[in-house]
Design a protein. Structure first.
Length: 229
């Protein structure tokens, strides 16, 4: 376990929660990690009460779950959940990309191009968590042009829900020598948006999410096989 820093004795529950939240989403605390209250309290320098409350909040946020004989653990990723969340993303994000590409203005396109350059640099430098954040900023510029702020809000919530899967997928791309896929799709999406080709943007979005689902599914299967040995 590698939490970022010791915590000052102010707003302790919020700070413990933020520290654990960041460690889980970054992959520093992988799925199945036991959330031992006393160990965490000692590491971050607090009493057990704010840690216990922070873990309860993690459970409510869907990032932790109760496991028999282990107590609270970092939520286990599942094939079923992967399929459901990515299918939902495909439906909503294809629609957002279609409308966004048709309506985006020059300022929005410039924002997408800026984020694309930042994304390529982050991937080249191995800053995968930054790359995921930048990719979402690029997509937000496109989806925001759809004129439907509620759709963008729902999509952002899905990104949060599937962040552990996104981290797994990004790391898998690096491990298999295909990290360039992390910026090639966004590059094609920028080109489609510049042409105001909504159908191309929707197709690219659907294809990218389908490909991501397949890659992550293979990783989950391999992980399951390894655990069963």
């Amino acid at each position: 376990m590698a939490l970022s820093k010791r915590i000052e004795p102010t707003l302790l529950t919020d700070q413990v929660y933020a520290s654990l939240h960041d460690a889980i989403l970054s992959g520093d605390m992988p799925t199945g990690t036991r959330l031992r209250i006393r160990d965490i309290a000692q590491e971050v320098g607090t009493s057990v009460m704010p840690v216990r409350e922070a873990i309860r909040r993690l459970e409510e946020a869907g990032l932790a779950e109760r496991s028999p004989h282990k107590g609270a653990v970092v939520r286990t990723l599942s094939l079923e959940e992967l399929v459901h969340v990515y299918e939902t993303r495909r439906i909503l994000e294809a629609a957002a990309a279609r409308e966004g590409a048709a309506r985006i203005d020059e300022a929005g396109l410039e924002e997408m191009r800026t984020q694309l350059e930042l994304l390529r640099s982050a991937v080249d430098e191995g800053r995968l968590l930054d790359a995921l954040d930048i990719d979402e900023a690029l997509l937000a510029a496109l989806y925001g042009a759809s004129g439907n702020p509620f759709l963008v809000k729902v999509v952002r919530g899905l990104w949060q829900d599937c962040r552990p899967y996104k981290v797994m997928g990004a790391r898998g791309s690096v491990d298999t020598g295909t990290a360039s896929t992390l910026w090639r799709f966004p590059q094609q999406l920028v080109e489609a948006a510049a042409a105001h080709d909504g159908e191309a943007a929707a197709t690219l979005t659907g294809d990218s999410l389908t490909s991501a689902t397949q890659r992550i599914e293979a990783q989950l299967e391999a992980q399951r096989s390894e655990q069963n040995r």
